[in-house]
Design a protein around this ligand. Sequence first.
Ligand code: NAD
Length: 328
Amino acid sequence: MSMRVMVTGGAGFIGSHVADALLAAGHEVGVIDDLSTGSRDNLPATVPLHVVDIRDRDAVFAAFAAFRPDVVCHQAAQMSVSRSVRDPLFDAEVNAIGLINVLDAAVAQKCGRVVFASSGGVLYGEQTSPAAEETPADPVSPYGITKWVGERYLKFYAAEHGLGAMALRYANVYGPRQNPHGEAGVVAIFLKRYLAGQTATINGDGHYVRDYVYGGDVARANLLALTASDAAVPRGQLTSLNIGTGVGTDVVALEARIRHGLVGVMKEAGRTTSYPAPLHGPARPGDLRSNLVDASRAGTVLGWRPEVGLEEGISQTAAWFVTQQAAS
Ligand SMILES: NC(=O)c1ccc[n+]([C@@H]2O[C@H](COP(=O)([O-])OP(=O)(O)OC[C@H]3O[C@@H](n4cnc5c(N)ncnc54)[C@H](O)[C@@H]3O)[C@@H](O)[C@H]2O)c1
């Protein structure tokens, strides 16, 4: 059955892949995005885009009333950990108050389900083996706190208004369209630097282990969460699921794979290129040494498993950045 899905943050990296997955499955998509980090170019021209800041309650309500969604996929967020540390108020305005605006608008439109972009990385903290959903949340940054509070609000709205609610706790997501200008998204940042003829810098010794999951796989998890039966996503309660691979890769190994992937993409285009080895800069205070998630419950509940391995995912991402550079 075709549904009308409002994707907040749908002009961003993950949100635009969610929009693509929904459209390919025959659903109708509306997008709310203030274009602060997202771009219109990430979306097909046919998708109605409401350029709205989710802090603007009236504008959020008006966009929902105009599009009349059946379900909501909430990706919009202030997603910089360091900005949240510098400016906790701004973080809370977007990630907590903005979320409440979206949830109230969803209730006003009688939406049946809300899927929320949460984060395994910031909830579980230091983890040397894949963390399951039962791992106690212990967020240390304001960004982590608002993701955690966001899940609690979702649980409240589900119980109070009979919504189906699902929080997807992503690991480190990478892929085409990721914004290379922020502080997160090391794959995008390194690719952008190499293509600009610059040397990449690894923070500290680079032995920081993360769980890298491909954007297309994350989009498919959202599609499944939005379209699964009420038996899988029961009304009146929150279901939280990790979305990752359970495989840890440190930044030194990741960087080598990125350079190798980029050389491969260039070779296929008939160009022989090499990129200089990275430099090591100072360690970033507070960076976790290791963080990875166990996503087996997403397999049981949604039938979701990651399909794109790191090597293939990096090649796809490198190819996209090369194409972007050629077009600019
Ligand atoms: N990328 C990751 O590794 C990762 C990991 C865990 C969780 N997440 C979460 O996934 C979601 C999507 O992140 P992403 O990586 O695609 O980042 P992104 O910056 O590409 O996407 C966020 C989108 O939200 C929009 N937005 C920001 N503030 C807004 C506001 N006030 N009103 C309306 N729109 C606003 C931006 O313009 C952008 O299009 C976020 O909620 C983020 O916290 C991402």
